[in-house]
Design a protein. Structure first.
Length: 364
């Protein structure tokens, strides 16, 4: 057998690919011109800004809602805020970005925006929803806290009331009634400096909120011994008063300011108008006995300053009569654990009137 006829395995021969399937290397992509990285930088900055806004709002939430005594609404909002931060951080991962791109493709946004802008849009949406949640939820939570504070104030739990009103004010700082209620709670614990500050804040927010003028005027006399400031404040409040009973209450304090200023006759003139207005309201069916008791007590003190003993005695007797009507009423003789404020005031007025009458002419 010749060498040429010897059986040999044929050498593998690569089959030639048809011209249509030949792979021609593509030329390298040209470098992008200067400035084309700007969209990427803008996306990075927007994402960073969204994250920063979200973290800021969570810190604000923590400061305003979650301390010192978080309720269910505050806790649930805090959890939602943390989930929003986690979602935004998740967008910074490769898996999170793919998820957003897949979702956008499902919604058809991929035809409109490229992947980077889609992720940026998702990040900004998360931050925006967080902002809306905080700003919409804050007034709701503040209103709930105000009601809790009012209940605590009525029950005599002044420290609880102060804490609730403080949290409500931190959530909605520009709400005059909240600062008014907080001032009343401070006044109840004799923290007059803080009370005056809160009353003044309420007036800065709403200078037509007339009950503030009455309370602030009282404190100008009681805590600061400043009848001039009291008169200016009370007279401004009386001009704004929309409630007839409120106007007479302010009038009583105006008379007190005149007395403290050393003008007893001006005080008596004001008290005459106050008592006439209160009598008219009483004839209309309003319960104004406690206000009449206070007005007659002030009238008696003014007559004492004028050294008019007989008129002073008559004033103390009238004050005692109206105060007893309140103290002996059904509202002050119940089994409730807490005595209503008007009842406490009536008991005080009865004791003071009896003491003055006993000191002057041997009692009624």
């Amino acid at each position: 057998m010749t060498a040429t006829s010897k059986s040999q395995d044929p050498a593998p021969v690569e089959s030639a690919a048809p011209p249509s399937e030949l792979h021609h290397p593509l030329p390298p992509e040209p470098k992008p011109p200067a400035g084309t990285d700007q969209p990427r930088k803008l996306w990075d900055w927007l994402t960073f800004l969204a994250l920063a806004v979200l973290v800021y709002h969570f810190l604000a939430l923590w400061y305003r809602w979650l301390r010192p005594d978080p309720d269910f609404l505050a806790f649930s909002t805090g959890v939602a805020e943390l989930l929003a931060i986690a979602s935004l951080l998740g967008l910074q991962t490769e898996r999170g970005r793919k998820l957003v791109i897949r979702l956008d493709d499902t919604l058809g946004l991929g035809r409109i925006l490229n992947s980077r802008w889609r992720i940026c849009l998702a990040a900004c949406s998360v931050a925006g929803l967080s902002i809306i949640l905080l700003h919409v939820g804050s007034p709701v939570a503040a209103n709930q806290l105000r009601h809790q504070g009012l209940d605590a104030l009525e029950d005599g739990s002044y420290s609880t009331a102060i804490a609730r009103f403080q949290r409500a004010a931190s959530l909605v700082p520009r709400h005059a009634p909240t600062h008014y209620n907080l001032a009343a709670a401070y006044e109840a614990v004799h923290d007059y400096e803080q009370a005056i500050d809160e009353y003044q804040t309420a007036l800065e927010l709403d200078d037509e909120f007339w009950p503030v003028y009455n309370n602030l005027g009282r404190l100008h006399i009681r805590a600061q011994d400043d009848p001039d400031a009291a008169l200016a404040t009370l007279q401004a409040g009386q001009r704004r008063a929309t409630d007839p009973l409120g106007a007479t209450v302010i009038g009583s304090n105006i008379a007190w300011a005149y007395l403290e200023k050393g003008l007893p006759r001006a005080s008596l003139s004001e008290l005459e108008r106050v008592i006439d207005d209160l009598d008219a309201l009483r004839k209309q069916g309003q319960s104004v006995e406690i206000y009449l008791a206070r007005a007659y007590q002030l009238e008696a003190m003014t007559h004492q300053a004028l050294e008019n003993a007989s008129e002073a005695r008559r004033g103390w007797q009238d004050s005692l009569g109206y105060a007893l009507a309140v103290a002996e009423s059904a509202a002050c003789n119940t089994d409730q654990p807490r005595v209503p404020p008007d009842c406490l005031d009536a008991y005080r007025l009865v004791a003071e009137a009896r003491e003055e009458l006993a000191r002057g002419t041997g009692g009624p």
